[in-house]
Design a protein around this ligand. Structure first.
Ligand SMILES: Cc1cc2nc3c(=O)[nH]c(=O)nc-3n(C[C@H](O)[C@H](O)[C@H](O)COP(=O)(O)OP(=O)(O)OC[C@H]3O[C@@H](n4cnc5c(N)ncnc54)[C@H](O)[C@@H]3O)c2cc1C
Length: 409
């Protein structure tokens, strides 16, 4: 029940998107994740307030921690955003949402609490696999994919919520395959535009798989998705082709580009490898050359971010959605460069950066550095029960769940 002092329920973002930005250039939207510590949450409240005021952000996304790990905190932060004047866009995933033997109870409760608190916008997602698994599996009788969640929201809550869904300009990582040398030499032109190389291996979402992705995306939109927010990309042409393909597929809703801010070298390398993101050769080389110079990486993050945004704006994009990583400097650098804001980068304050670590990032996955009873090493394999196979000094050692922890570099 809302009290007299509570603000009115949020507008639906789809209705706001049709209006031109006051700055005459583009709308900005900002995405945050729940931090691990109480201090981090306090700092995030302050940063969200500053960034909303400084950039006049159209709306504010709060992620749902991997595996439902931050359910309560995500909801709290999204409600806090609503109460403090943001239009709140709450992410919701289907992973680990069973409660009291009911496979969808936690989803229903989260939606009801969001609605009661005035939130009117949801990003409907499947979610990544929970800790200890590399593969996503549905709970018995639960949702199998984001499409199921979109259908559920529309069935149970009608038009109470605006819904956005995820789109993958390079294909979802589950449908991105490793190519043999022969396949890599014989890619189609569209595959060449989407492919990526990590550690010398070429990956691509093959044309047949890409078509399946587009068919499925159309289903998500037809089932009730109002607009699409994309996975990060570092090649503007990939986004432009994706929008063109959406239109060819009869997907006519707004497509909002998701822009990952380049803040630090290790995070960039890890995320692009995990998501099998296309990294243009020039970008990869520049990042490698700056890997030991964090300040240079941040500066470059602004230059690169501004370039890609300019290219998107030239192609008719009217909103820029920043994955802020709970930081402000690079976002401000870009919005200043584009003329959306002015003089913000000099005022930016990231002294609290060490508190801005995500809950889910405490989990170790393949490729992460961990330390435990048997020493420090890199995770090679993760078993379903959380046991990790870790390479320590050239030897594979098994460490049980709870006996190792991730090392942050
Ligand atoms: C904008 C954005 C925001 C995100 N926010 C979060 C977040 O807050 N928390 C979090 O944990 N993760 C988040 N993620 C990551 C996301 O949860 C993962 O990428 C996840 O693996 C897939 O989620 P999805 O909603 O895209 O899944 P889905 O839409 O279900 O698709 C997943 C894959 O399965 C295939 N598929 C599923 N069902 C079918 C079907 N019936 N027929 C054919 N193909 C099917 C799809 O084609 C696709 O390849 C976000 C991703 C994006 C792009």
């Amino acid at each position: 029940m809302c009290s007299a002092q509570d603000p009115a329920p949020d507008a639906k973002i789809i209705d706001l998107l049709s209006k031109k930005a006051d700055n005459g250039i583009a709308h900005v939207s900002l995405e945050y994740f729940p931090p691990r510590t109480e201090q981090g949450v306090k700092n995030l409240h302050a940063r969200m307030e500053r960034m909303k005021t400084n950039t006049t952000a159209l709306y504010t996304d709060m992620t749902w921690g991997a595996g439902g790990s931050t359910a309560e905190l995500s909801l709290d932060l999204a409600l806090h955003a609503h109460r403090t004047g943001h239009v709140s866009n709450l992410h919701l995933t289907c992973t680990n949402m069973e409660k009291d033997g009911d496979p969808v109870k936690a989803v229903r409760e989260a939606l009801q609490a969001a609605y009661d608190g005035g939130i009117r916008n949801i990003v409907a997602l499947r979610g990544d696999p929970p800790e200890g698994s590399d593969e996503w599996t549905a709970a018995e009788g639960g949702f199998a994919c984001a499409l199921d969640l979109v259908r559920y929201i529309r069935k149970e809550f009608g038009d109470s919520f605006g819904i956005s869904v995820a789109g993958y300009p390079e294909g979802h990582p589950n449908r991105i395959s490793q190519l043999t040398d022969e396949e890599a030499a014989n890619m189609s032109d569209s595959e060449k535009g989407r492919c990526c190389t990590h550690d010398g291996i070429t990956y691509v979402c093959k044309d047949d798989d890409y078509k399946k992705e587009m068919d499925y995306l159309k289903e998500k939109v037809d089932a009730g998705g109002d607009f699409i927010i994309t996975q990060m990309f570092f090649d503007a042409e990939v986004f432009k082709t994706f929008v063109k393909d959406c239109r060819e597929w009869g997907i006519n809703c707004p497509v909002v580009p998701g822009l990952m801010c380049i803040n630090a070298y290790p995070g960039f390398k890890k995320m692009t490898k995990f998501c099998k993101t296309r990294v243009p050769k020039d970008l990869g080389e520049k990042m490698d050359a700056m890997k030991d110079d964090p300040d240079a990486v941040k500066k470059f993050g602004v230059t690169f971010g501004s370039e890609i945004c300019r290219s998107l704006l030239d192609s008719g994009v009217e909103i820029l959605h920043f994955y802020t990583l709970n930081l402000e400097k690079v976002v401000y650098g870009i919005t200043d460069d584009l003329g959306i804001t002015s003089g913000l980068v000099e005022k930016s304050d990231e002294k609290d950066a060490k508190d801005m670590v995500a809950v889910g990032s405490a989990w170790a996955r393949v490729g992460d550095k961990v330390k435990g009873s048997a020493g420090e090493g890199v995770v090679k394999e993760m078993r379903k029960d959380g046991t990790a196979v870790i390479e320590v000094d050239g030897k594979d050692v098994e460490m049980a769940k709870g006996s190792y922890e991730k090392v942050f570099s």
